[in-house]
Design a protein around this ligand. Structure first.
Ligand SMILES: *Cc1c(COP(=O)(O)O)cnc(C)c1O
Length: 474
């Protein structure tokens, strides 16, 4: 029963391909978000008691129907949400192939093509970020959170080499790292899991555009040192999750250097794609001086989840952070100038993450991505213009297509009002957007162009839906 007969397989693949094609072609006609009814979902699942096997086509139909009905359709051109893309066609094909061939990316010698494809991509992207591709090292991760956790672990390894063996308890002073209040929350999780504790994550003040203030960073580092703490890492964000803020990386790199060579990590999970567009590349100024970078291909490179990357210009640091000896691991590659993926990452057995990036990039080329990202940036500008015309007030300042705004009316900045507006748009099924709290700027509506299939009409439809929601919410 685990391998179906040839005839059934043929029919299954045909139906599967049809379901995938229909979703890609018709998702734009669906409601963007479903109504949330967990009881209905549980009722639908109840008959699956696994006592009575279900015929394969029936099982497939259940999954296809359920996915159509019960998910926020992030591939929908009117999904203006978090950084979840419509997956690139070649990425979908890649993930199906990977499931079928099931390469094992723990040991290099088990999957040499897969391991080399991933390293080829790491070098190619490292070059785009201004690193020397010949010296850069990196690993694919489940996503940005794991990449950020990897960054924290490598920074700890470099600053406190004894921790790997003897643990944090071996240290005389508490290690601390610096982030902006707009940084991704995965650093809090990473600090907790690494045994540093969340209080080790120090927030640096930001300016009126929510960018980290380099002078405040320097002051905080000195104060903490005087208080007996051990600063070891600074995190700059290029394209923050809420508001697309780009920290002044070059200035932060200078502070990190002056303060004794702290590890500078650039979290460019989404915004890093700006490196592919010449006129946006200045946003990444200073990134080439970073010790490490997080980049998520499952965001602006539009590949299916999850496809994160950690890239560093410190050769050997991954090995020192992650290698442990395991007698059962194959050693066929030991004499070759290659790295076993398991010795460079948190994961052990893992899937071939890089193929969906490789095939998408091979077919679109840098030029295809450049054009797609440029178009999305232009749509972000269109959205800003249309919102202004309709009396909304923009409250974030970024060239990236994430737009935060409030209403100009008396109640226009109240969280309750903004949440009512967002909820009404979502409930209409016509579009999806969210709210975010931007530090001292306060709550705002947040709409992000993150989908290569979004068109000008979709932006206009969002603005129209917002207008109706606002009228109903006052
Ligand atoms: C999305 C995001 C992350 C987390 O990445 P995942 O892929 O969701 O794990 C980290 N940092 C930033 C800036 C992000 O936008």
């Amino acid at each position: 029963m685990l391998t179906l007969d040839a005839e059934t397989r043929g029919e299954l693949w045909r139906r599967l391909a049809e379901a995938i094609e229909r979703y890609a072609a018709e998702v734009g006609e669906a409601r963007v978000a479903p109504e949330l009814d967990f009881e209905e979902i549980r009722r639908a699942l109840a008959p699956f008691d696994f006592e009575r096997p279900v015929p394969p086509f029936e099982a497939l139909d259940f999954a296809v129907g359920g996915l159509w009905k019960w998910q926020v359709h992030t591939p929908h051109p009117r999904y203006f949400g978090l950084f979840n893309p419509a997956p690139a066609t070649m990425g979908i094909a890649a993930d199906a192939l990977v499931a079928a061939f099931n390469p094992q990316l723990a040991a290099w010698s088990h999957s040499p093509l897969a391991a080399e494809v991933e390293q080829h991509l790491i070098r190619a992207l490292a070059g785009r970020f201004g690193f020397d591709p010949a010296r850069a090292e990196g690993t694919f991760t489940s996503g940005g959170a794991e990449a950020n956790h990897t960054a924290l672990s490598t920074a700890v390894t470099r600053a406190f080499p004894e921790v790997g063996r003897r643990g944090m308890m071996a240290l005389r002073s508490q290690p601390v790292l610096y982030v902006s209040p707009q940084a991704h929350h995965s650093f809090l999780k990473a600090a907790r899991l690494a045994g540093l504790g969340t209080e080790a994550v120090r927030e640096v003040r930001v300016d009126s555009r929510l960018r980290m203030i380099p002078e405040d960073l320097a002051d905080r580092i000195r104060e903490d040192r005087e208080a007996g703490l051990a600063p070891f890492m600074v995190v700059a964000t290029v394209g923050s999750t809420s508001a697309g803020v780009v920290d002044p990386v070059a200035d932060l790199a200078r502070v990190a250097d002056e303060e004794g060579g702290l590890w500078l990590h650039v979290d460019a999970a989404w915004g890093g794609a700006a490196a592919l567009v010449p006129e946006l590349r200045p946003l990444l100024e200073g990134t080439a001086r970073a010790s490490s970078i997080t980049f998520d291909a499952h965001k602006w490179l539009s590949v299916p989840m999850g496809a994160g990357m950690y890239i560093t210009r410190h050769p050997g640091i991954l090995e020192r952070t992650f290698r442990v000896a395991a007698g059962y691991m194959p050693r066929d590659g030991a004499a070759l100038p290659v790295a076993d993926p398991y010795a460079h990452s948190m994961q052990w057995s893992r899937r071939f993450i890089g193929l969906k990036v490789f095939l998408s990039l091979a077919v679109a080329g840098w030029a295809g991505y450049e054009e797609s990202i440029r178009r999305q940036v232009a749509l972000g500008n269109r959205l800003r213009e249309r919102l202004r015309e309709e009396g909304w007030v923009l409250v974030n300042d970024t060239p990236l297509p994430v737009v935060c705004f409030v209403d100009s009316g008396p109640d226009g900045r109240s969280a309750a009002f903004l949440e009512r507006v967002a909820a009404a748009v979502v409930a209409s099924g016509e579009a999806w957007l969210s709210t975010a709290v931007l530090g001292e700027v306060g709550p705002a509506l947040r709409a992000c162009i993150t989908n290569h299939r979004t068109a000008p009409e979709d932006v206009d439809a969002l603005v129209a839906a917002l207008g109706r929601a606002r009228a109903a919410a006052v």
